[in-house]
Design a protein around this ligand. Sequence first.
Ligand code: GTP
Ligand code: MG
Length: 376
Amino acid sequence: MFSECGGCVLGCGDSEDLELKRRSRKIDRDLKKEERLKRKQVKLLLLGAGESGKSTFLKQMRIIHNVNYDVTAQLEFRKIIYQNVVKGAKVLVDAQRKLNIPLGDPENKRYGDQLLAYDNFSELNNETFPQLQYVVNRVWNDPGIKATFARRNEFQIIDSVEYFLDHSKRLAVRDYVPTLQDILYCRKTTKGVVEFTITIDRVPFLFVDVGGQRTQRQKWFQCFDNVTSILFMASASEFDQVILEDRTTNRLVESRNIFDTIVNHMIFTNISVILFLNKMDLLKKKVEVSNIAKFFPEFKDVKQVSEYSKEFGGEPSNLEDVKKFLLYYFISAKKNSLKPLYHHFTVAVDTGNISLVFKDIKDIILKKNLDALLLQ
Ligand SMILES: Nc1nc2c(ncn2[C@@H]2O[C@H](COP(=O)(O)OP(=O)(O)OP(=O)(O)O)[C@@H](O)[C@H]2O)c(=O)[nH]1
Ligand SMILES: [Mg+2]
């Protein structure tokens, strides 16, 4: 008798034949399982300009859903945090000199010189940073540097520099381990595409985090398949700043242009878009010192904000008026009035805030996913 595979002719026994069949059935089962999982999977695409808070949002997802950072990751953050602090202090000294702002204490000039000469960033660690902390602190506490910092919209500096410079002493100990808050403030530009899956309510959520800077955006298209929802991050506090890439284009204009492309893109016709007007903590401080109407003259003209029925002629120092304008500014980019657009005002570094916001959007997303599954 020949077995199905004809193996006996070659001298192989029935048991080998059975083993082959068993393996083949297992592969089939695994493939089906993978297929089912893929269909059930929620794919969330994080989009938005550079520094809008996409990676910070993903960090919050890990924190909120208890996907801990291991020791290697924590130590990696430590290194980047040290770089954030020293580079930030160095940018401030450079700007103070270029803007011709006098130092409060002329003695601090030599500390500034020391920082400007420093370029050993790859060597920064828990042994080398403590040696520099005094220099960093002297510089940061100088009134001239504080005056420079107040004009930070005129040059390029990361938003978290204030947080880290205020905490530099705490970071300058040998056994320093970044706290979750430190990790949230840690700034590292995303290059390429980062995928991370978290199982939430027994559903696999695949978060896709991309780099938002101009050179990174050509990589976005490779992630556009099978998207459940788009989480679009816009930094609301950047209305008086220009982008790093060309140092000319207003950051809010850049952000809205990207939003326009995404929200009106054919491929996303049936995809829900959730807009996050992020960095509300920074916007709150910003409206007190910077007049949005100077950068967006239409601020004064906006009389009717969709979703808000009341007449509107804003007050630039009023946070609520500015929020309404920003919402209008983004919503008005959407050409299809029937396409729903959800929005949230967020502080991505605030775990409590993002936890509440995510609870809200999770329901929308899961419902969308269920609808899609039922349609299949
Ligand atoms: N104060 C404050 N800082 C924020 C907020 N959201 C993000 N940040 C900080 O802003 C910086 C940029 O955030 P990222 O999450 O790296 O921005 P991104 O969109 O991933 O940027 P790319 O990777 O370049 O596209 C980080 O230092 C964050 O800590 C916020 O709501 N408030
Ligand atoms: Mg990023």
